[in-house]
Design a protein. Structure first.
Lengths: 127, 127
DNA sequence: ATGCTCGTACGATACCCATCGTAGTACGGG
DNA sequence: CCCGTACTACGATGGGTATCGTACGAGCAT
């Protein structure tokens, strides 16, 4: 009411992400320690692209999903950008690889993901 | 009172640890996502030996320390054995390395581990 | 035995957090 | 212009958990 300027005026909606220096290891581990979030991260890693929230089919409501994405963003695991009505989510793999080498990769590998990244070329796995 | 058989009768005190198959990645990550516990794990890694609870100098009470050790044990990160009045804590590095290769190592490295003498020993490292 | 140290159990407390529902904003299309 | 889709914000709720204090059990030393 009367103050529609809630989020940020105009179309330049911006979300604040932590800078690499602000990304804490405990925060990353905590973010990854939730089954839902780990699943999200796995899907993002497999897709190796930016996915809108709506492309995730998880057994939770949208509110909860928003919450999880926020945790992932605030912990520095993903970056989010608005695009039209959608919000694209992308893993911050390289930044994390520089900060905490091997952590994300090994967790993804342990979680059943094949680090897709890699070789990308010959992968063909796909479960 | 009147039932002193509280903990376990006799001296055969035993603690139940999860088998490798029972160790869940989320549990490990969650255990490591707490600053106190991460610190404990780092110290254990640096010492590369079994340490009694009392050898940790953390800004929490003994009760809390006991709690953290229990979380670490139940998540499968450490193993505990009684020895006299002390309880020795050891990292389950190899088991974790088999289950989730690289996870513990990279987290320790990211946490600033360095194994003290680190320098990386030139080649011998890697566990 | 007595006492000391090490660790545990239990209860209490306060905080964090995953989840939901509802209401609302932002954007694009008929 | 109105509506539908995508996501958010807010409040509520229940469960988890980090913390403490106190009381206790187990083993060792004197």
């Amino acid at each position: 009411m009367t103050t529609p300027v809630n989020t940020a005026r105009g179309s330049g909606r911006q979300l604040d992400h932590p800078t690499p220096a602000e990304i804490r290891l405990e925060g990353v581990l905590h973010a990854l320690s939730d089954p839902m979030r780990l699943r999200i991260v796995r899907e993002l890693a497999e897709a190796d692209a930016e996915l809108p929230c709506s492309s995730f089919d998880l057994p939770v409501t949208k509110s909860t999903l928003t919450h999880h994405f926020r945790v992932l963003r605030e912990s520095g695991v993903v970056q989010q950008t608005y695009r039209g009505t959608a919000k694209l989510n992308g893993l911050r793999r390289e930044e994390l690889a520089v900060l905490y080498p091997g952590v994300l990769d090994s967790v993804l590998a342990a979680a059943g993901d094949r680090t897709t990244d890699s070789a990308a070329g010959s992968a063909t796995d796909r479960s």
